[in-house]
Ligand binder design. Structure first.
Ligand code: H76
Length: 476
């Protein structure tokens, strides 16, 4: 009997699933020193602002933009910004690209204007990607813009120009650094450990340098944190994060920066989100509200399949403005932000294909951003025609329609107690929507005009009303 009880207990304990997320009310299984330090969402003004952005821009720019995915006339199969890791590329030859870095067409103001017109409310800019090249004149490295023919501080120009346009700036920083000889993928020997200690100091110095040089930035976007060497640094990374937050109160840091003492990333061993928002939605979007477990999140997306830095070839499926607008709508409908990546050329100009896409998204945003900015999950069941969004306090629900059904009639199932008072299109007045009630709190929105070239928004003005069942449920 004793044996049965013991084995029962044993199995109960070990079968507690290491859930990837959990509601705040659930009890913790593990006592952690370097796990999440907050339960639930941040509620301060800085985070509230982040939550309302809706649309952001990502920029990947560095030495890799010069070869643009091509080396000695051959096309690299991977992402252009990973070129240095390709077997065909001699590392020293790649690093010599620094002597070619002189982007004569770089104009941060022009970039910022493109982002502004697109409707982006924040930008994340690569200060240092995996290749280790610093876009600011770091004191702690001799592989920076300062040693290039260009000489000037790029990060400062980006920060100033974007802020002038009213766009919040976040700095991307790769922990993994292929150029620094002290970088390790894992720590196996004493020598590794000594080298990596130097690497940790270098990393801390650079981060404090960035926060000191650019005190107006709103956050840091970390990358290259997945290797064992860094995953083992729970205590160091935790204290560094605390230090950064002290230097810069209100700073926003996602879940990619550090692991807990058991090596768990993004979510600690108790399933709690580490950092201010979930930073795992890269080139993928959650499908339903349950997938985000009540956490803040954003999605970073490339226009081609997986190219962040400039790639001359621009091959494979290139997402269209309509696809991207639909992704934006989907993210916002699930209370996330959508961040679209741009990879400027080696000369500093933004390629025409990207500029055109930005302009078309911007044209759409100009008419429809009311359904994006400061909007989130509306609480209505998803329908196949598109996405509902809603602002917190308003009595309006937005329908972002991306797929018009052949049967006509855009279905809306409102929650009990909520009825539609009025409906109108946000921009295209030719739609002239009419409402047909088809059941208890269920409607079809019919449209006059049916030829659509891009997504459109129908506004539902709602009112609270006592519901009573006019329609009888089936008895089964
Ligand atoms: C893998 C990887 C990196 N993470 C993306 C955000 C890009 O920076 C890509 O190079």
């Amino acid at each position: 009997m004793k044996h049965i009880i013991l084995s029962f207990l044993f199995f109960t304990i070990i079968s507690i699933p290491a859930k990837s997320q959990q509601p705040a009310a659930q009890k913790d299984t593990f006592v952690l020193v370097h796990g999440a330090h907050r339960i639930g969402k941040r509620t301060d003004a800085a985070m509230q602002r982040w939550r309302g952005y809706g649309l952001g821009q990502f920029i990947h720019w560095g030495l890799y933009a010069i070869p643009g995915g091509e080396w000695n006339g051959k096309q690299y199969n991977g992402a252009a910004e990973w070129l240095r890791s390709w077997g065909e590329v001699r590392k020293s030859a790649y690093d010599s690209l620094i002597y070619q870095f002189n982007p004569i067409k770089f104009d941060a103001t022009e970039w910022a204007k493109i982002a502004k017109q697109m409707g982006a409310r924040y930008v994340t800019f690569t200060t240092k990607h995996h290749d280790g090249f610093c876009m600011w004149p770091s004191k702690y490295s001799n592989f920076t813009v300062a040693q290039s023919p260009y000489k000037k501080d790029i990060v400062k120009q980006v920060v100033d120009a974007y802020e002038k346009e009213g766009i919040d700036v976040y700095l991307y920083f790769s922990i993994m650094d292929w150029h620094n000889p002290d970088w390790r993928y894992d720590i196996k020997t004493t020598e590794d450990s000594i080298a990596f200690d130097r690497f940790k100091k270098y990393t801390r110095n650079q981060l404090i340098e960035l926060l000191t040089r650019y005190p107006t930035i709103k956050g840091l976007w970390f990358d290259g944190t997945w290797d064992k060497s860094w995953v083992k640094q729970a205590a160091f990374a935790d204290s560094l994060e605390t230090e950064m937050r002290k230097i810069h109160p209100g700073i926003i840091i996602g879940s990619r920066f550090r692991a807990d003492e058991n090596g768990k990333r993004h979510f600690d061993s108790n399933g709690r989100l580490m950092g201010d928002y979930e930073q795992g939605w890269e080139r993928k979007i959650p499908n339903k509200i349950e997938d985000v477990h009540g956490n803040d999140w954003d999605c970073v997306m490339t226009i081609p399949e997986n190219q962040w830095g400039y790639n001359k070839a621009w091959k494979g499926h290139i997402k269209t403005p309509n696809e991207l607008i639909e992704m934006l709508a989907k993210c916002v409908s699930l209370s996330g932000n959508f961040v679209l990546n741009f990879g400027p050329k080696g000369d500093g100009s933004i390629r025409k294909e990207e500029a055109d896409i930005a302009r078309q998204i911007g044209d759409w945003m100009k008419e429809n951003s009311e359904a994006i900015y400061d909007c989130g999950y509306a609480g209505l069941p998803k329908q196949d025609w598109g996405y509902f969004t809603k602002k917190d306090s308003a009595n309006k629900i937005y329908m972002i329609v991306c797929n018009v059904p052949v049967s006509d009639g855009l279905r809306v199932d409102a929650p009990k107690g909520l009825t539609i008072a009025k409906t109108y299109p946000l921009s295209d007045t030719s739609l002239q929507p009419t409402v047909e009630e088809i059941g208890n709190n269920s409607y079809f929105i019919h449209l006059k005009h049916k030829e659509h070239k891009k997504p459109f928004v129908i506004v539902l003005e709602t009112k609270k009303e006592k519901s009573y069942n006019k329609y009888e449920d089936a008895k089964t």
